[in-house]
Design a protein around this ligand. Structure first.
Ligand code: ARG
Length: 468
């Protein structure tokens, strides 16, 4: 019987776990990053135990000093982690007991690793979701600055990836800005979901020791105590919320990256990525590849997988703690890490890219993107819109066969198509007029977009205060 096993649950066992199974059962390679939260949780628990007269204040002080030492060792990279410890909670408790003896052995009074791991993970995700919200704010700031800087640039808007109607680049960028604004809100909601203390739920049913859960919750900065001990140790909704928030943000990043990839092709040339955010080919000297944008798009699949994975892990679990729950952290850490890295990449890529306004404008000129405006003109003159749509559709068909575009139409041809075209202003088909006409609330007309820029700036200002 090895010593290590004897010190934690050895009493009940005659044999140590199979060596292979120790590796299989260990979560230490994943959860060691919770060490700060674990130490904070142990400190709060020890103080509370002393305040409630469950351990002596001398023991609590020894625990405090021992934990300080361990924190310093881990920080300095001098702590030796051992897989036989299974997880960060056992690593720290064993090291503490090694340092201070019996006082260390008293720390686990009225506590279980079940409430301990839930506490650590909640503390960690409160902080992570806050950090991700701050990164989302930075991205929003970059998108807003780009929109302001290029507020007059026009480009084709697409539906079905077919040219549809011209829009302002600022309008296009602001569409993403609002997506990331909602992601920011989702991230803060996930932070709120993590903000309740499971500590003191012990293994599953609470404890007979006269503990004070309000005290530990308050000293760890939790806003509330989870009011059902079974729920406290079993609930991982707060991680689902965080991974869901990460997944939606990744999907938004992926859509944006898809456009950056498309826009940087020779066919579009709408933007030029900075060399710092592109790579070359080992065989084709001419290549400049948008690898990083592609990687963000690619990693999105993994984050969505993290969400589906944890949902699936949870779906058949009876109350209360089951070891399956140990699988939660790998998914949640991966989702948060991937989103953090992707946000930094995309923010840098946007801030450093060049906008090719002429190529965008050229893409929006000519063709048939003013067709709706022609039909709208007829509708304003009293032609039923469906009829107007057909008249213009026929004109487009004819022009397309002849290899001409809308602006090549002569006044005679227009009048032949419908007498109601009489009086059509000369500039009606110009892209500037087409954009300027879309004055409806939320439309792409310059005045509306200017209002939208002001709204976006206000929201950014308000949210910066929220996240700090
Ligand atoms: N390493 C475990 C986890 O991450 C900690 C809790 C273990 N509790 C238990 N009773 N085995 O979930």
């Amino acid at each position: 019987m090895d010593d290590k096993n004897a010190s934690l649950w050895g009493g009940r066992f005659e044999q140590a776990p199979d060596v292979g199974l120790q590796d299989f059962g260990a979560s230490l390679p994943v959860d060691w990053r919770l060490w700060r939260q674990d130490i904070a949780g142990s400190r709060a628990h020890a103080h509370m135990l002393a305040a409630c007269g469950i351990i002596s204040s001398e023991d609590a002080e020894k625990i405090d000093r021992g934990l300080d030492l361990i924190a310093n060792q881990i920080e300095a990279g001098e702590f030796s982690f051992d897989l036989a410890d299974e997880d960060i909670h056992m690593s720290i408790e064993r090291a503490l007991t090694g340092l201070i003896g019996d006082a260390g052995r008293r720390l686990h009074t009225a506590r279980s690793r079940n409430d301990q791991v839930a506490t650590d993970t909640r503390l960690y995700f409160k902080q992570q979701t806050g950090a991700l919200a701050a990164l989302l704010l930075e991205l929003r700031g970059t998108l807003l600055a780009l929109a302001e800087q290029h507020s007059d640039v026009m480009l084709p808007g697409y539906t079905h990836l077919q040219k549809a109607q011209p829009v302002l680049l600022a309008h296009h960028l602001l569409a993403y800005y609002w997506m990331f604004t909602r992601d920011f809100k989702r991230m803060l909601a996930a932070r709120d979901a993590a903000d309740a203390s499971p500590l003191g739920a012990a293994a599953l049913a609470g404890t007979g020791h006269p503990i004070d859960r309000q005290q530990t919750a308050a000293s760890l900065g939790f806003s509330a105590v989870i009011c059902n001990s079974l729920d406290a140790v079993s609930d991982r909704d707060f991680l689902l919320d965080a991974i869901y928030a990460c997944s939606v943000a990744m999907v938004h990043l992926s859509r944006l990256c898809e456009e950056l990839i498309l826009w940087s092709t020779d066919e579009f040339r709408f933007i030029t990525l900075s060399d710092r955010f592109a790579t070359g080919s080992s065989i084709m000297p001419q290549k400049k590849n948008p690898d990083y944008a592609e990687l963000v798009r690619g990693k999105t699949g993994r984050v969505v997988g993290d969400l589906v994975g944890l949902l699936t892990t949870l779906k058949g679990l009876p109350l209360a703690y089951n070891k399956d729950l140990q699988e939660d952290k790998e998914a949640a850490f991966d989702a948060a890490d991937t989103l953090a890295a992707s946000l930094a990449v995309v923010t840098g890529m946007l801030a450093s890219m060049q906008v090719n306004a002429e190529a965008m404008l050229a893409g929006a000129q000519g063709g048939f993107m003013a067709a709706t405006d022609l039909a709208d003109y007829l509708a304003e003159k009293g032609v039923p819109f469906r009829e107007a749509h057909e008249i213009v559709g026929k004109l487009v068909l004819q022009l397309e066969k002849e290899g001409r575009s809308l602006k090549d139409l002569t006044p005679v041809e227009l009048r032949e198509a419908s007498p109601a075209f009489e009086g059509l202003p000369d500039d009606a088909l110009q892209i500037e007029s087409v954009v300027a006409r879309r004055l409806s609330e939320g439309g792409t007309a310059q005045v509306r977009v200017r209002e939208q820029l002001a709204l976006a700036a206000e929201a950014l200002e308000r949210d910066s205060r929220l996240s700090s």
